[in-house]
Every structure is written in C-alpha cells, then in structure tokens.
Design a protein around this ligand. Structure first.
Ligand code: GUN
Length: 295
C-alpha cells in the first residue's frame, strides 16, 4: 500500500513556489499578497489563519491578517472587501469560514472580486470550473490539492470509476466536477453520494478512486471499499482520546487501519490532504499575481 504523503508533497510545492515568487520579485519588483479576514474568535479558525499567514511568509509572499470582532456587521465587512478589491497590492482575498450568524456567507462570497477569489468559492470561479476552463478560474484549494496528489503519485484515472462521498460547495461538488473533466489527472466516470443516499456501501464498493468528504469520523470502513482502490480522505475530525495530552486526536472520514489493509494507495490523516490545502492557496495567489501582471 502506498501512503500518499501530502505533507511531503506540500513541502515540495512550497519550495517550488518560493523559487517562483523570488523570480517574480526579480522581474516585477513586487511580491504576491494574500489578505485573510477572520471574524470572531473560533479557535480552529485562528489556527488555520495563523498557518496560512506563516506559510505565505515562508515562501516570500506578503501576508496580511485582518482580525475583526465577532459582532462585526455585514456592512462593515463588505466595506473592507471593497477596499481590498481595489488594492493593487492584494492578489488574494480570503474570508475564513464559518462566519458569525449576522453575516451571510453567500453575500460575502459574491462581494469578493472573482479575480482575487483564491478560495475559488465565487460562482464565477465554480461555474468556470464546471465548464472546464481551469486555466481561467481559481480551483478551490482542497479539491485542487487532491488533483495535485493524484498527479504527483501518477495515479491512473482515465476511465476509472470515482465515487465522491459528500456534496459541499467547497469540496464535494468541485471535486466531482474535476474528476469528470477531460484532464490527464481525471477523465473519470463519477458518482456522488451524500447523506440521503441509501446503501452508500453499494456505491463505494464500486469505486476505483474513493474520495471521502463527509465530516464523520471513520465513516468509511473496510467492508465499503474495493480491494486495490485508491482512497482519498478529506476528513478532519476530532475524537476524544484520553491517552493524548490535549485529550483528543484527529481522525479522517476513513477507518485508516481497516481500509489501509486493502487499498492500493491512501492518504493518512493528518498529513494527507490537509497540508495540501494551504499549499494550493499559495499557488492560487501566485497565479493571481501572474495573471494581474501578465507574467
Ligand atoms: N474554513 C475552513 N477551510 C476553509 C477554506 O479553505 N477557506 C475559507 N475561506 N474558510 C475555510
């Protein structure tokens, strides 16, 4: 069984991006800039935002974090987004989700200039992705990271049956559409399963490539997987574990011990898909800079 090492690939990618950023600075005298907005004090979001900022700086990009109080109005947030849309030094804008109740996520998503939407959440970007214009959109970071892993591990996808479990706008829907495209890394027959699918195992057992993005700890068990399948685990779930210092540990949507015994390749949690998400965010921001400057 091949362990698909997202941590290693993300480090390779960051090293490659650092070289690109240095060359772009040399060429233009400027650096790509990513601004992340966080509203409120959700501890998990704070960790994610800190990691994004750290990674930006590591590869020579400009990172700005705007921290707003939990009672920020939608109007105030929209004003800030409009300013960033018009700021030439900002190439990527990301508003960390989830947002407090008084803020409508879709309104915020629509307000971000699609040319700076490095999350790939804007309907303009998701629509272009569905239509296959991948070089003219931003691909949302988690599905993009999974494509990169499949590609770097030379996993054959053409004509294979890919089953995606989960239908979120951020992962499931873009992922399924990417796997459907006529690309080297994809070109699959695709099935999407979700919480209202009866007998999910009947579908998952047919998967040559199984992508689990459900958000339920250890949901995919060995009896649901075809021997030899490639299994991609998008889940990051906290479960209680008294033997650890923090009292919890992270597990995926796939029962790693059971499934790794019969899969041909598999991503671990942590260290699989997770680290790739930030790396692809950096890649999208570099790409935004290149498009803006025509380089
Ligand atoms: N919250 C968890 N993951 C993400 C992400 O990729 N982008 C944004 N904006 N919020 C998130």
């Amino acid at each position: 069984m091949v362990i698909i090492d997202g941590k290693k690939v993300s480090l390779d990618l960051k090293n490659e991006l650092a070289v690109s950023v240095a060359a772009l600075k040399e060429q233009t005298g400027k650096a790509p800039g990513l601004t992340v907005i966080i509203v409120g004090e959700d501890p998990a979001s704070q960790v994610y935002v800190r990691n994004k900022a750290k990674s930006c700086k590591e590869i020579g990009m400009i990172s700005t974090v705007i921290e707003l109080p939990a009672d920020t109005t939608q109007e105030h947030l929209l004003t800030i987004i409009h300013e960033l849309n018009n700021d030439d030094a900002v190439h990527g804008i990301l508003v960390q989700q989830p947002m407090p109740k008084q803020i409508d996520e879709f309104t915020i998503t629509l307000a971000i200039d699609p040319a700076k939407d490095v999350d790939g959440f804007h309907p303009e970007n998701l629509g272009r992705l569905v239509m296959g214009y991948l070089d003219k959109c931003f691909v949302s970071c988690t599905p993009y990271g999974i494509l990169e892993l499949l590609s770097r591990y030379n996993i054959e996808t053409k004509g294979k049956h890919c089953v995606v479990v989960g239908r979120s706008n951020i992962v499931g829907k873009p992922m399924a559409n990417l796997m459907l495209q006529k690309l080297k890394e994809t070109n699959c027959t695709v099935t999407i399963c979700h919480s209202a699918t009866p007998n999910i195992a009947e579908f998952t057992k047919q998967a040559d490539i199984l992508i689990a993005a459900i958000g339920k700890a250890n949901f995919i068990t060995a009896d649901m997987v075809k021997p030899g399948a490639v299994v991609i685990d998008v889940g990051i779930n906290r479960i209680e574990d008294a033997s650890t210092k923090s009292g919890y540990r992270l597990v995926g949507d796939v029962d790693y011990n059971g499934v790794s015994a019969l899969a041909s390749a598999m991503t671990p949690v942590p260290g699989g898909v997770g680290p790739m998400t930030i790396a692809m965010l950096l890649k999208n921001t570099v790409q935004s800079f290149q498009r803006t400057h025509g380089v």
